[in-house]
Design a protein around this ligand. Sequence first.
Ligand code: DGL
Length: 280
Amino acid sequence: MVNAMKRVLVFDSGVGGLSVLDAIAASGHALELDYVADNAWLPYGLKSDAELRGRVPALLARLSEQWAPDAVVVACNTASTIALDAVRAALAIPVVGVVPPIKPAAALTRTGVIGLLATPATVRRAYTNDLIQQFAPDKRVVRFGSAALVQAAEQKLRGEPFDPAALSEAMEGLFGVPGGADIDVIALACTHFPLLAQELAAAAPRPVVWLDSGEAIARRVAHVLIAEHGAPRMRRAGFTDANAAKSVFGAFDARGFATFAQIGGAPVFDAAPIADSASA
Ligand code: DGL
């Protein structure tokens, strides 16, 4: 008898978690992948800590009941850095979070100056301070928080043009501040940002090493689930704002999702099929 594929629920505020889903899919494991975007609440980077701690664990607990994953990936630095402990407490299955890649950045920098690009919430988190203190105490970390880049990534995946000022402001906020000229590694600590990898590299004043957490998360998921090698299968994608989601269905279609669901409002978060898609 063939074992059932292990199922993973990848979660983000919007399309950013697709950068993590892509890394999981590319890792070549026989996993069934579900995706949930809390796009009614996008962007998380401008929400308060209390709001996110109040919502994310409840949403993921309810979705886990309905969709029965074997593991959940909180593919959002902004949610992970404030609510990972609460999500773990709310679920009885493994929860993998995304943390800013400070440790690999510290190992790679030669100048000792690291750029940290994240959401406004993540750059100011105690969690981020602790990571820097633990893994990069002797490095200079130049931080820049951008909600505009989150918006730009969403627009890119909708196939819309976006304001290039989002890119130039971020580059100015990193390279243009005291010490910034020596940055040689940039840690992308928002899962939306790898979706803009080419645009960011083109906007940088010179070549640097860009780091994100996608591959590390993919390895962690495969390890935690003892996943077998094979082809991944996309199952369903759910959204808390189904109307807004329609503009990004193309990005999900392109990755092999054919079934879309509407996730109802708090505190119930009931999943229901979206018309025009197969049963959810
Ligand atoms: N993709 C998310 C992250 O990794 C957050 C984007 C947002 O909603 O602000 O931080």
